[in-house]
Design a protein around this ligand. Structure first.
Ligand SMILES: NC(=O)c1ccc[n+]([C@@H]2O[C@H](COP(=O)([O-])OP(=O)(O)OC[C@H]3O[C@@H](n4cnc5c(N)ncnc54)[C@H](OP(=O)(O)O)[C@@H]3O)[C@@H](O)[C@H]2O)c1
Length: 240
């Protein structure tokens, strides 16, 4: 069997870097979307894994960048087994309805978090249909859940929550189409992780990115698809 291939966006650091490393450890050839603020993690992986790691400059908010990355990926492989849309930004986390709200920043968050995964999925969809695994993974959040915002009486985080809710419905629509090609789709709330969404490493969070990456890959690669889309990193159903 030929080497399995995966494409991970936002692979510079945080969960994306951990997923990239975990996939390399499993023997995958990994196309790692590199945004560029801190490339040191990918530099270290490149020393260990050499040519199995392909670094693709990638801004998921930019049509041209996404198409260029897909062209580069196609130069190196005939088919793609697994796509993980991981890249996202937080934007302003603090404003409520009585505060000034930065609508320009919210549009940026929507562009990265909601449109970015659709751009990337479209750019490699043909390759994914030819893959042997046929797996499409979108990393969402508890922030995308209507029920969670209701249950927790949330009054802040408009931009990020709306962007993840949009990603969620996008994943439903895309999964319907992808299923016609035998592609299985997953939408994860990965949990609260010690990553860099706030700019510096969040040491208060409860979960490591490495453990989360392992659990997500175990759910996607080692077990049958659970039959629903929105789930925790362990594969338990998450409320819409
Ligand atoms: N952290 C949590 O507790 C948590 C909870 C629920 C869901 N999530 C989700 O988990 C996923 C991974 O987040 P994380 O926690 O690992 O955050 P992170 O540490 O900030 O990593 C996000 C990655 O995306 C990259 N990125 C940012 N803007 C991009 C763009 N326009 N194009 C391409 N890449 C871009 C970042 O690059 P730079 O480092 O260069 O900016 C970084 O490599 C996200 O989808 C996030 O919404 C996280």
């Amino acid at each position: 069997m030929s080497e399995q291939t995966a494409y991970v966006t936002g692979a510079d650091r945080g969960l994306g870097l951990a997923l990239t490393e975990a996939l390399l450890l499993r023997g995958f050839r990994v196309f790692a979307g590199e945004y560029g603020l801190d490339a040191s993690g990918l530099d270290t992986l490149a020393e260990t894994y050499g040519e199995r790691l392909h670094r693709l400059p990638l801004d998921v908010a930019c049509d041209r960048s996404v198409l260029r990355a897909a062209d580069k990926l196609r130069e190196h492989c005939q088919q793609l087994d697994l796509l993980i849309n991981n890249a996202a930004i937080l934007g302003d986390f603090t404003g409520g309805i009585t505060d000034p709200l930065d609508f320009t920043l919210m549009q940026e968050v929507y562009n990265v978090n909601s449109l970015g995964p659709l751009r990337v999925a479209q750019s490699v969809f043909g390759h994914l249909t030819r893959g042997s695994l046929k797996k499409l993974v979108n990393i969402s959040s508890e922030a995308g859940s209507m029920e969670q915002s209701r249950r927790t009486n949330r009054k802040l985080r408009y931009g990020y929550c709306m962007s993840k809710a949009a990603l969620n419905v996008q994943t439903v629509i895309l999964a319907n189409h992808a299923a016609e090609h035998g592609i299985e789709s997953y939408l994860f709330d990965p949990g609260w992780m010690r990553s860099f969404m706030h700019g510096t490493k969040n040491l208060n969070a409860t979960q490591s990115t490495d453990e989360t990456a392992e659990k997500i890959l175990a759910t996607v690669l080692d077990r049958p698809h659970p039959g629903y889309l929105y789930m925790t990193r362990d594969g338990h159903r998450y409320d819409w």
